[in-house]
Design a protein around this ligand. Structure first.
Ligand code: 13P
Length: 262
């Protein structure tokens, strides 16, 4: 049984450390101790330390939004996985579409980062997803298959059991356009099938596959109820405590009531 995992990707927000602390405190208070879903928040690099302090004593995980694949060396402006672990990170988002499409990050680079992250003990959240043009050209499965082949190369089945995937259709990110539960479930089922081929059925059944793209408190319940959707990677709504807590509450409800039989 996969435990639902709700993660907040704060992207390049908020502008001030004190706002980051206030946001983390609000989520921490709202979540409390007794949660039966996994929760993590992923602030920008400068706020990782203060947010780690704020989250002290909480079950909420801390994630970064990127890392360099190299262990150390002359890479001006870059941040290593070991640094993330030292500052308190448990997770790292890799291959977000804003990096793939905005900064030209490739599957090969994502793969190198993934292998490094696994080596230092971080839980990677590997993002995949098709653009609107690719969906309209009926290329969704081929694009996602290619991203999975490339990004997950060289990962063992044992390692893969601890990797989190996030299906984020690019056309749904920050646009208010959410994939319908049926559209999202269809891609998640495809991803699960691909994981069976690559890693075997036992591993595929363990891998958490989050959905991301305009997840809000009012659409989370029906998305999280889908059989192959195991959580959410939340952007804009994770910056508003009430909205993020509402999504976590939807996860708790689905966990308590069970998913409808598929
Ligand atoms: P939004 O929830 O703002 O659409 O962002 C999704 C996302 O990119 C999370 O990583």
């Amino acid at each position: 049984m996969r435990v639902l995992f709700i993660a907040g990707n704060w992207k390049m927000n908020p502008a001030k450390g004190e706002e980051a602390i206030a946001l983390a405190n609000a989520v921490k208070t709202g979540v409390g101790q007794a949660i039966d879903v996994r929760v993590a928040i992923c602030p920008p690099f400068p706020w990782l330390g203060v947010v780690d302090d704020a989250l002290s004593g909480s079950p909420i995980g801390l994630g970064a939004q990127n890392m360099n694949a190299k262990a150390d060396g002359a890479y001006t402006g870059e941040t290593s996985g070991a640094m993330l672990v030292d500052i308190g990170c448990t997770h790292v988002i890799l291959g977000h579409s804003e990096r793939r499409h905005g900064l030209g990050e490739t599957n090969e680079q994502v793969n190198q980062k993934l292998l490094t992250a696994l080596g230092v003990g971080l839980i990677p959240i590997v993002c995949i997803g098709e653009t609107r043009q690719e969906r309209e050209a009926d290329q969704t499965e081929s694009v996602i298959g290619h991203q999975l082949n490339g990004s997950l190369a060289g990962v063992t089945p044992e390692q893969m059991g601890g990797v989190v995937l996030a299906y984020e259709p690019v056309w749904a990110i920050g646009t208010g356009l959410t994939a319908s539960p049926a559209q999202a479930q269809a891609v998640h089922a495809f991803i699960r099938g691909k994981l069976v081929t690559l890693f075997g059925g036992a591993t595929a059944a363990r891998v958490i596959v989050q959905y991301g793209g305009s997840v809000k408190a009012d659409n989370a319940l029906e998305l999280l109820a889908c059989p192959d959707i195991d959580g959410a990677l939340v952007g804009g709504a994770s910056l508003k405590p009430a909205d993020f807590l509402g999504i976590i509450q939807a996860g708790q409800t689905v966990t308590a009531t069970g998913k409808p039989a598929s």
